[in-house]
Write a protein that binds this ligand. Structure first.
Ligand code: BG6
Length: 510
């Protein structure tokens, strides 16, 4: 047996990483859209990793429902081939797959048909004592008929949970309509809305950093923090899902959810405890403190762009409207930069700069907390200007937390300028802290054990839409067009001006 295979087998036999501290989960998991992109790319790899890490009981049942005419064997072959190429699956073991695949059952049927689901219930889901998790890996347009069919098939029970993913509408109104369809049948606490950024390990660690240590809290306010920057920079383009992306654009696809959720975690008050309601209440307060933007503010504080052909990592790439499946012309933004304000006591006067875009120079995401300059420098010119302390919470590609500090260069030269040094607060190298589950592993695990802390409550989504709608309606009214930027750059030059105007710079990935 190879060492790696041995390691995998050992993990399941003896317990491993975060699984050592948890009970193996046992429930019925129904994935509707079980043959789709989301299920194949994210859900089965995450479930497989949970299995390998000994988090799932051998009694667990995974029922994949889709319309495609596939035999059980053909379906399993498909899942296997996706697992083998998935980045989330660090080591694929044929033996672990053999065991894991016995949990999966494929059912070809139309999930909007109550009779078909009723048959599934009679065949597979008779035990009403077992928790039932239904994952809607489908477009929201069919949430309503699916929920209706689940109800008529008697699959809506007090121990049923329903999982949904963005896009949940394209504005507040359409979100409320989708939500109404869900909550007509399920109670709010049964609805799990996924924002996969909340499942990322560093995001979790931000909470630990802020609330399990005392040294930062006294500094975490407008007295010491100059500005906060949140960047989610993608090197990839919209190819492969152009049509979907073109309907959404960067504001709806990324800012309304991922970036605003990161902002909430950075800005929220300490919750009284880690119970879901306490955490979500604090996030909601932040969203409701976001300063609405009038015409003038939108003009001054927002920039949108669309990429043109260029090169990313030395490879030529097409422009947005030349991507596969693209139309020759589009007004959709692939880049957004904006300056936001959280109008409360803690953050008054501290700008939050947000930016995200496709086909940018690098693929990375981070939150940068930039502290104020020292009030009075006793070092004269030895302390160069523009060297504030920065706390950098990086979500990807590397999951790190670092602190930039000024330090003396060793030696006798009394005139040597001070140097910036980076204190690495990373946890990834510390094996005592275990290995990092990917976001979907954590989130699926939490749904199955009925912990909604990392899921977004309806009022949060609504509040985020309210703020975003305000900006989008001004864009629309003024006919704002995205500015072109070359693929492989950092976006339109006005995005640099947006922050430079305030005497600041975007923190670039080194
Ligand atoms: C998704 C967006 O929610 O997040 C995609 O729809 C984006 O457009 C993706 O590429 C980014 O996620 P991650 O985890 O790769 O940063």
């Amino acid at each position: 047996m190879s060492f790696l295979l041995y390691a995998v087998t050992l993990a399941r036999d003896s317990g491993n990483t975060f699984a050592t501290r948890v009970n193996r989960l046992n429930c019925d998991l129904v994935i509707i859209g079980g043959d789709g992109d989301l299920a194949l790319r994210k859900l089965y790899p995450a479930l497989y990793c949970l299995w390998v890490n000994d988090c799932l009981s051998a009694e667990m049942r995974i029922l994949a429902i889709a319309r495609r005419d596939l035999s059980q064997q053909e379906f399993l072959e498909r899942v296997r081939s996706w697992l083998e190429k998935s980045k989330a699956v660090k080591v694929f073991s044929a033996q672990a797959w053999e065991e894991f695949s016995t949990l999966i059952h494929y059912a070809m049927l139309d999930a909007t048909c109550g009779d078909a689901l009723d048959q599934v219930r009679r065949d597979h889901l008779q035990d009403t004592q077992r928790d039932l998790v239904v994952y809607l890996a489908t477009p929201p347009q069919i949430f309503a008929p699916i929920c209706g069919a689940l109800e008529s098939a008697q699959l809506v029970r007090p121990n049923t949970r329903i999982v949904v993913e963005k896009p949940l509408g394209d504005d507040r109104e359409s979100f409320l309509a989708i939500n109404h369809q869900l909550t007509r049948i399920f109670d709010e606490q049964q609805v799990y809305r996924i924002d996969h950024y909340l499942g990322k390990e560093t995001v979790q660690n931000l909470l630990a950093l802020r609330f399990a240590n005392t040294f930062l809290e006294p500094l975490w306010n407008n007295k010491y923090i100059d500005n906060v920057q949140i960047t989610v920079s993608e090197a990839i383009g919209a190819s492969g899902r152009w049509e979907f992306y073109d309907e959404a654009g960067a504001m709806r696809d990324m800012v309304q959810n991922h970036l605003l959720q990161l902002l909430c975690l950075a800005a929220m008050e300490p919750p009284a405890h880690l119970e879901p309601t306490a955490v979500r209440n604090e996030k909601l307060k932040v969203l409701s403190c976001l300063r609405p933007m009038d015409d003038h503010a939108v003009r001054e504080n927002t920039v949108i762009g669309q990429y043109t052909a260029g090169a990313v990592a030395g490879e030529p790439v097409p422009g947005y409207c030349e991507e596969e499946g693209a139309q020759a012309q589009s007004d959709t933004e692939t880049f957004v930069a904006l300056k936001a304000h959280v109008d409360n006591w803690r953050w008054a006067g501290v700008p939050f700069y947000l930016r995200t875009g496709k086909r940018l120079s690098r693929q990375y995401s981070e939150i940068v907390i930039e502290f104020k300059q020292v009030a009075h420098s006793i070092f004269g010119t030895r302390l160069p200007a523009g060297t504030p302390n920065r706390l950098i919470i990086r979500l990807q590609p590397d999951e790190t937390i670092s602190l930039e500090l000024m330090n003396k260069v060793a030696g006798l030269d009394a005139n040597a300028p001070l140097r910036k040094v980076t204190l690495d607060l990373s946890f990834s190298q510390d094996s005592a802290l275990g290995t990092t589950p990917d976001a979907y592993q954590r989130l699926l695990f939490d749904v199955m054990r009925n912990n909604p802390t990392l899921f977004v409550r309806a009022d949060e989504v609504e509040e985020a839409w309210k703020w975003v709608d305000g900006i989008q309606s001004v864009w629309q009214a003024m006919g704002k067009q995205p500015e072109p930027y070359t693929a492989g750059s950092w976006g339109p030059s006005r995005a640099i001006a947006l922050i430079a105007r305030d005497g600041r710079n975007w923190h670039e990935y080194p």
